[in-house]
Design a protein around this ligand. Sequence first.
Ligand code: FAD
Length: 44
Amino acid sequence: MKYQVIVIGGGLGGLCSALHLSLKGIKVLLIEKNAYPKHKVCGE
Ligand SMILES: Cc1cc2nc3c(=O)[nH]c(=O)nc-3n(C[C@H](O)[C@H](O)[C@H](O)COP(=O)(O)OP(=O)(O)OC[C@H]3O[C@@H](n4cnc5c(N)ncnc54)[C@H](O)[C@@H]3O)c2cc1C
């Protein structure tokens, strides 16, 4: 599988970026070092 964009980090910024890119039809690979669900410093 080929990706057009690779996002490193699935925090708020990475998740929002990957979501909006994929909604535009862009093939995105999101790489997160931790497993979900994971602790979040605000709002959990
Ligand atoms: C104590 C504290 C309280 C806060 N309270 C609030 C609040 O009340 N309201 C608010 O709006 N904001 C708050 N913030 C700010 C908010 O958490 C950040 O603005 C927001 O999380 C930034 O998003 P981000 O995606 O840039 O980074 P992050 O959310 O930090 O995401 C980065 C991601 O990258 C991953 N990562 C890191 N290195 C690698 C790697 N090498 N490979 C793969 N993945 C990797 C991490 O695991 C993480 O999931 C708070 C921050 C802190 C520290």
